[in-house]
Design a protein. Sequence first.
Length: 115
Amino acid sequence: METVNEKSIRYGRIVEEILADLAAVPYLESGIRDRTLFDEPNQRYAVISEGWDGNERVHDIVADLEIINGKVWIQADNTDIVIARKLEARGIPKSDIVLGFRPPSVRAETEYAAA
């Protein structure tokens, strides 16, 4: 049986692969690119958009995930791919996925873990 630490490491690899694929998709606006930010020791993973849209600076969070106590917390998902579904497709059970961007009272009513 997998320990929480082993599961966290495996989940981290899956998250990195999903986010790397997401960041590799070319941005529609020239001058803007997505890039990954991976903090493996703290198990924090993100994709940000950055660059310039004319004279406007763009610096936005596309996705922000972290692993807490063996569960993948989705803190932000500003994509159209639904990261939770990608995690499921890669073998992470719904019981180990937390929609952290939802209020705690709402999380309990989703098909995913409340915490």
